[in-house]
Design a protein around this ligand. Structure first.
Ligand SMILES: O=P(O)(O)OC[C@@H](O)[C@@H](O)c1cnc[nH]1
Length: 435
């Protein structure tokens, strides 16, 4: 669904920030960067302009703030008197560190000017996955001046010791950009890599985390909660985000129906496996699910559990469709008994599942522990999403499974929520979540 042009959008019915400009220049006059930023959720946001600093990968990273922080950014740079043209890597030789610093400084100044009317207070945290990578970023506006804490190296597994460059961008300059940005924005910034084997994924997840964390701070300053926001326009004819999937093989017969926008009707789940029913009940806290399965449980639990989760995942992907206007990314921590699990989710269209749950018992209720892992893997893969499960506190296998299902259900509820400010636009820096 294409985004409505700003002039056609109804008057914004939510608070928004205005705009800001930031400039930075080298002491010897060899380089200059100018950034213009505006809140894209405002009434008449300007179109995003070119982002051209002379390091192509850094341009791509700054662009993450457009779709994931809902901003409109333009960035211009001059080397000497020469304006840097888009898609250039002219800053590659000799001045890349200075350009990285200037980019961070100018961006931070522009953001500070935009936020000055309602400066966020306190600390904010966001985690973002990108395939196998997972980063956590914190912004604390009460600790301005504290030196940034950046723990991302090594940048990948190949070669051992990590990559030195991504395109023309030296990976060691990531902390130069972020440190300069934090200083000029007036915020304490802490970012760490929780997982990551690919340098591009690690650094992009970092800038996505920054963008999402910044948007959280902006929304808190405005008192806006996307999941609670009334639609920005009269309810359009209900474009149902619903799907029905039936599946019959020699091993199982399954009927799944889900409606992502029905939060009133009670779910009905009967798979023949009590623990699987309990996991699904937690997973669908944010929507209605009907799930029936008749399977060859006289052999074992495997086929029923796997086929149900494959089918629920497929139905979820079908119901989500192009994911127009949804929040897309979220994280949640939930407990069951002594166990606590963190789920970080992205409706990425790039299926990827990673978990470190220590399921050290043969069974989790009437489900083998190996099937707990495989159930999440099957659901995530077929729902075309990226999910990381992180064990925060240990516990028995069933409690870990339930805590993971609760956290995944809460994250899913937030991810599928429609943010009316996106006006149907897809939250993606490549412009689509369907390809
Ligand atoms: O914001 P999106 O994740 O939809 O698009 C950007 C991302 O897909 C692309 O930059 C990328 C994919 N893998 C590494 N980088």
């Amino acid at each position: 669904m294409p985004e409505e042009p700003p002039e056609k959008r109804r008057k914004a019915e939510w608070p928004a920030f205005g705009s800001g400009v930031g400039e930075s220049r080298s002491s010897d006059g060899s380089a200059r960067v100018r950034v213009e930023v505006a809140d894209a959720t405002g009434r008449e946001p300007p179109p995003a302009g070119p982002i051209a600093c002379g390091l192509g990968f850094l341009d791509h990273m700054v662009d993450q703030l457009n779709s994931h922080a809902q901003l409109r950014i333009s960035l211009q740079a001059w080397l000497g008197d020469e304006l840097v043209v888009p898609r250039s890597n002219c800053a590659y030789e000799g001045c890349d560190a200075e350009v990285a610093r200037l980019v961070g400084c100018a961006l931070g100044r522009a953001l500070r000017e935009m936020l000055k009317e309602k400066l966020p207070a306190g600390s904010f945290r966001f985690m973002v996955p990108l395939d196998e990578a997972l980063t956590e970023l914190e912004l604390d506006f009460s600790r301005a001046g504290a030196p940034a804490e950046i723990s991302l190296a090594p940048f990948g597994r190949f070669p051992k010791g990590g990559r030195e460059r991504i395109g023309a961008f030296r990976t060691c300059l990531t902390e130069v950009v972020l440190g300069a940005l934090a200083t000029s924005l007036g915020v304490f910034l802490k970012v760490r890599k929780i997982r990551g084997d690919n340098a591009h994924h690690i650094v992009e997840a970092t800038f996505k985390s920054l963008a999402r964390c910044l948007r959280c701070a902006m929304d808190a300053a405005c008192g806006f909660v996307p999941a609670l926001a009334a639609p920005a326009r009269p309810a359009a004819p209900k474009t149902a985000r619903a799907a029905r999937r039936r599946r019959a093989t020699k091993e199982t017969s399954i009927d799944i129906h889900l409606d992502l926008d029905d939060v009133q009707t009670a779910s009905e789940i009967a798979t023949g496996l009590g623990t699987l029913d309990a996991l699904l009940a937690e997973l669908c806290r944010g929507f209605r699910l009907t799930a029936q399965c008749s399977g060859d449980t006289w052999i074992d639990e495997h086929h029923s559990a796997e086929d149900v989760m494959i089918t629920v995942g497929q139905a979820t992907a079908e119901a989500l469709g192009p994911k127009a206007g949804c929040c897309r990314m979220a994280w949640a921590e939930q407990r069951s008994g002594a166990a606590e699990v963190l789920c970080v989710m992205d409706l990425s269209n790039r299926p990827s599942f990673c978990s470190d749950l220590q399921l050290d018992e043969e069974m989790a209720g009437d489900l083998p522990s190996e099937m707990v892992h495989h159930c999440f893997e099957s659901f995530v893969t077929n729902a075309l999403m990226t999910v990381h499960l992180v064990q925060v506190k240990p516990g028995g296998a069933k409690d870990l499974a339930l805590a993971a299902a609760k956290a995944t259900g809460e994250a899913l509820k937030q991810c599928i929520a429609i943010d009316p400010r996106r006006a149907g636009a897809t939250a993606s820096s490549k412009g689509t979540l369907s390809k």
